[in-house]
Design a protein around this ligand. Structure first.
Ligand code: ATP
Ligand code: SF4
Ligand code: MG
Length: 362
C-alpha cells in the first residue's frame, strides 16, 4: 500500500514523506477486478439544465457512471465542467432554476423520482456530501460542537448526553485534537484543515454509505491536503463507505481513486481504472490534463496547460465539444454525434480518433 492508507487521523504524514512517483505508485494501487462487486449508485443519462438570462445552460448533459461498493471514484475536469452540479444533482440539492432528468439508482429506487420528504432521509443517512467551500458550509455564529451535534440529531433521537458523547467521538474520529476543549469553539477559531475535518465529521454523522467529497482539499496547502486525503481514505475503509472524490487536479485523483471519470463541458469524455487512464489515455483532453501536471521526475515536460477555453454550455457545439482545442481534430469531428465508445473493458472515451491518441498529443 502507498502513503495514502498508512496513517491514523492523529498521525499526519511528514511533508513530502513517501510521496511516490505518480504512475508507478498508482499502477501498484490498481484495484483488483472483483466480479461480485455491485454498484451502490448507478447514474444513467443525467441531465441538469439551468434557466439563465442567456438561455438554457446545459451544466450536465448526459452523464452516466456507476459507483461500486467500497471504491473511490474520481471526477476530474477543468472549472465549469459540471463536477459539482453532478454531485448536487445526485442528492437533489440544485436550485429551483435547475431541471434534472435521467436516472439515479440507489437502493433499487430512482432518486430523481423520490418525493422530497423521502429524499431528506437519503441525504445524510445514506448519501452525504462535503461541499466545495468549507467556510460557507459552516455557520459562523454556531459553536463547532453544536453543528456536529445538530447533524447527529437530524435523523435520530438522542439524549443530550448521547449527543455530546457521539459528537466528541466524531471529533476524535476525524482527528480534531482536544475535542472537549474545541467543542465550544467557533469556526473562525479553527484552521482551514480543522474546518475541513469538522465538515467531514458532519458528513459522517449519520454513517452514510456514500460520501460525495467535492474538492475537499482545494483551499488547503499541500501538507494539509495530504492529511485530509489520507483521513478520507482511511475513514472510507474503516466505515465501509464508497466515495466520489471531485477535483480539478488529476494528481489528487491519481493518488486516491480506483477509477476516474474525466468531465469536459458537461459530459464524461473518458472513464477508466486510474492506472489504465494514466498509462494509456484515450482522449486528447485527458492527455492535456496529464501534460499539465508537474512532473518532478522529468523536468518541466508535463507543465503544458491546455490551450483555449471550454465551449459555451448555452450553445455547445453539435459535434465533439473538444473540437476547438484538439490537436487531433479533423472535419468529421465537428459533425460527429459524440457517444461513449468502449476501447477495452471498463475504459470508455468520446473521442472517435482514440486509436491515434498518444501521451504526447494535446
Ligand atoms: N445555479 C446556477 N445557475 C446557473 N448556472 C450554474 C449554476 N450553478 C452552476 N452553473 C453553471 O454550471 C456549469 C457547471 O458548474 P459546476 O459548478 O458544476 O462546475 P465545476 O466543474 O464544479 O467547476 P469548479 O472546478 O470551478 O468547481 C458552469 O458553467 C456553471 O457556471
Ligand atoms: S473526436 Fe476529434 S476533435 Fe474530438 S477529441 Fe477526438 S480527435 Fe479531437
Ligand atoms: Mg465545483
Amino acid at each position: 500500500m502507498g502513503w495514502l492508507t498508512c496513517y491514523g487521523a492523529g498521525e499526519p504524514p511528514e511533508v513530502g514523506a513517501g510521496q511516490p512517483d505518480l504512475t508507478i505508485e498508482v499502477a501498484e494501487q490498481l484495484a483488483e477486478d472483483d466480479p461480485d462487486r455491485q454498484p451502490v449508485l448507478a447514474v444513467e443519462d443525467l441531465h441538469a439544465y439551468f434557466a439563465t438570462d442567456e438561455g438554457v445552460l446545459r451544466a450536465v448533459d448526459g452523464v452516466s457512471f456507476a459507483l461500486y461498493s467500497g471504491e473511490t471514484l474520481g471526477i476530474v475536469g477543468e472549472s465549469g465542467s459540471g463536477k459539482s452540479v453532478t454531485c448536487r444533482a445526485v442528492i437533489r440539492l440544485l436550485p429551483r432554476t435547475a431541471h434534472s432528468s435521467g436516472s439515479i439508482e440507489y437502493g433499487g429506487r430512482n432518486l430523481l423520482r423520490l418525493p422530497s420528504s423521502e429524499i431528506q432521509s437519503v441525504r445524510g443517512d445514506h448519501i452525504a456530501m462535503i461541499f466545495q467551500d468549507p467556510m460557507s458550509s459552516l455557520n459562523p455564529v454556531m459553536r463547532v460542537g453544536d453543528q456536529i451535534a445538530e447533524a447527529l440529531s437530524a435523523h435520530r433521537r438522542l439524549s443530550a448526553g448521547e449527543r455530546k458523547m457521539q459528537t466528541l467521538e466524531l471529533m476524535r474520529l476525524v482527528g480534531i485534537p482536544a475535542p472537549k476543549q474545541r467543542f465550544r469553539d467557533y469556526p473562525h477559531q479553527f484552521s482551514g484543515g480543522m474546518r475541513q475535518r469538522v465538515l467531514i465529521a458532519i458528513a459522517l454523522a449519520c454513517r452514510p454509505r456514500i460520501l460525495l467529497a467535492d474538492e475537499p482539499t482545494t483551499a488547503l496547502d499541500v501538507t494539509i491536503q495530504d492529511q485530509i486525503l489520507t483521513l478520507l481514505l482511511k475513514l472510507r475503509e474503516e466505515l465501509g463507505m464508497s466515495m466520489i472524490l471531485v477535483s480539478h487536479d488529476l494528481a489528487v485523483i491519481a493518488e486516491t481513486c480506483d477509477r476516474v471519470a474525466v468531465m469536459y463541458a458537461g459530459q464524461i469524455v473518458e472513464s477508466a481504472p486510474t492506472a489504465r487512464l494514466l498509462a494509456r489515455p484515450r482522449h486528447p483532453y485527458t492527455v492535456g490534463l496529464l501534460r499539465s501536471l508537474p512532473r518532478l521526475d522529468s523536468g518541466d515536460r508535463y507543465l503544458t496547460p491546455i490551450a483555449g477555453a471550454p465551449p459555451s454550455l448555452v450553445d455547445p457545439p453539435t459535434g465533439c465539444r473538444f473540437y476547438d482545442r484538439c490537436p487531433l481534430r479533423e472535419d468529421a469531428c465537428r459533425v460527429w454525434k459524440t457517444q461513449l465508445l468502449e476501447v477495452e473493458e471498463g475504459h470508455t472515451t468520446r473521442c472517435r480518433r482514440h486509436a491515434q491518441v498518444e501521451l504526447t498529443d494535446a
